[in-house]
Design a protein around this ligand. Structure first.
Ligand code: NAP
Length: 302
């Protein structure tokens, strides 16, 4: 697939970590004549402009008039209103895409709000990120070697999918497709559940009377496990609510694994504990070996 792309106006709605990184990567390749930002805080947009991430900024809906591609990179819970605001000014050829971490709920919002433009909406999710937020945290190589999953539905225009695939390929990402339900089920297990566990563990320790002492004595394991609890609370609130059925299922399963492990420790069943830990270690080692054989990077993924 050719990776060249020559867009006129690219609009990025939400110039934060993901939107800013995408804009930086596309600018490197001269993929758009101009990149225009949309956001809530004028100060953040001015900063994005000063950093050279965007050429200028504007407001919805006016800014999308004449745009070739509109990328929605705001928190998932804001997308319904953003689609509604932009719809009246979208040109009949404009492509719309998003980077939201949940696909089913975003697709439903787009279907509800974009009307006749829905066929040119290509749902997407870069499986890359960090625990940092905002345009200052963005960098052009964020997606290099990472997966981007597109989740088109039956109505989605295949040419639109091809163009958005090319756009992501320019960033160095490996683009693939899957159904939105499968995406949300898998990501609930491998991304949304771990984030809730990390937030929950820090909450548990922080609410102890001796929390300061605990944090002072925390070692690498605690830092590794809880790195993602430094992520943006609003973004994760939205993700949990948008994917709540799948997430609740995984949380209940994890609860029963924890209950079993608790009983195993309680009855001092070393053989059983060792068997569980051995199976888990083997599975994780296999996962790491498989990753070593692909160009994907093992860290900083969401
Ligand atoms: P971020 O750094 O906090 O950036 C979000 C941006 O959206 C900010 O520039 C913010 O503007 C803007 N925004 C928030 N509410 C808005 C609204 N109502 N209207 C317009 N703009 C609004 O967050 P992020 O990490 O880039 O995440 C953005 C999206 O990417 C989310 O949907 C998330 O699920 C998805 N995602 C994140 C990661 C990750 O690792 N972070 C990975 C994959 C996908 P202000 O600064 O002006 O408020």
């Amino acid at each position: 697939m050719s990776e060249s792309l020559s867009l006129g106006r690219l609009v990025v709605v939400g110039v934060g970590l993901i939107g800013g990184s995408l804009a930086r990567a596309l600018r490197r390749h001269g993929a758009a004549r101009e990149i225009v930002g949309v956001g809530r805080s004028r100060r953040h947009l001015e900063r994005a402009q000063a950093l050279g991430v965007i050429d200028r900024f504007g407001e919805l809906p006016d800014v999308v008039a004449g745009a070739d591609v509109v990328v929605v990179a705001a928190p998932v819970g804001a997308m319904d209103a953003l689609f509604e605001q932009m719809a009246p000014q979208l040109s009949p050829t404009a492509l719309i895409t998003d980077v939201g971490s949940v696909k089913g709920a975003v697709i439903e919002a787009a279907r509800r709000r974009l009307g006749a433009h829905f066929g040119r909406f290509v749902p997407g999710h870069p499986i890359a990120g960090t625990e940092h937020s905002g345009v200052e945290a963005s960098f052009a190589s964020l997606f290099q070697g990472h997966r981007v999953i597109l989740t088109p539905v039956a109505e989605t225009d295949r040419e639109a999918v091809a163009t958005i695939s090319r756009l992501w390929a320019l960033t160095g990402a490996e683009v693939s497709e899957m159904g939105p339900d499968e995406h949300d089920a898998v990501l609930a297990a491998t991304s949304h559940l771990p984030h809730v566990l990390a937030f929950g563990l820090v909450e548990l320790i922080a609410s102890r009377a001796d929390s300061q002492r605990c944090f002072d004595l925390a070692a690498g394991g605690f830092y590794d496990f809880t790195r993602i609890a430094s992520s943006d609370p609003v973004m994760w609130r939205d993700i949990c609510l948008a994917n709540r059925d799948a997430l609740v299922g995984r949380l209940r399963e994890y609860g029963s694994v924890l209950a079993t492990l608790t009983e195993t420790v309680e009855r001092a069943d070393g053989a059983q504990l060792e068997a569980v830990f051995r199976r888990a270690k083997q599975a994780r080692d296999r996962m790491l070996r498989a990753r070593e054989n692909t160009p994907r990077q093992p860290t900083r993924q969401r």
